[in-house]
Design a protein around this ligand. Sequence first.
Ligand SMILES: [Zn+2]
Length: 260
Amino acid sequence: MAPPRLYKTEAIVLRQRKLGEADRILTLHTPAYGKLDAKAKGVRKTTSRMAGHLQPLNRCMVQLARGRTMEVVAGCETLESFQRLREELERLSRALYAAELADRFLPERVESETTYRLLLETLRRLQGDTDLDLVLRYYEMRLLELSGFRPELERCLGCDQPLQPQPNFFSPAGGGTYCPPCGAGAAGSRRLSVNGLKVLRLLQRASYKEVGRLNMAPALAQEVERHLRSYIVYMLEREVNAAAFVERLRREQQPLEAMS
Ligand SMILES: [Zn+2]
């Protein structure tokens, strides 16, 4: 549903980029209108009263005016500034990664209350919790789920049999798990340990409260991170390639349509 000409919404600033001499384009995640770009005029001038409210990762209440090409920020007010995230580099870098991942995975202007909640909770956890990597693993798995990229973790994608409690395989290109005989030949597959699979399943099924009790040995934490990361990279690349491919198909179709 298109928003009214002038409207107010809560938003998290995912990123910003410079525009012209004094303006910025902000990418915002809103609950009701999804991800959208908005122009903030004059915010790079030292006199701007809005600049401080529109920092990346800020949660704010913004007033937006629908413009011809994109929204224009008419007013804003900070609701939550996540000060501690900004003071500790290891928290900040992870929070920026979480925001960037949301930016990459979310389509523009599609209502997404669930991913908004997830990102907000993740920023709060990154601000207060101790196991920051576990916060990110949970976020990655939930974001994949909510944006339609859920990996298969129960059955073998080759022979469709339930996985046995033994070392199996994980293949980003295949979309999830493979049993040993099938996994050996699956494209880009890597060994997945018994505990690695248990943790991935827990991330997929359990609440954050349950996941938060996990205390993984460094090798296991690294294995889980490697599998999730390679899956995310694969999905992002595939989507980008698909977009270019669809665009090319569209162009190639035009002469045919003109002939018929
Ligand atoms: Zn199999």
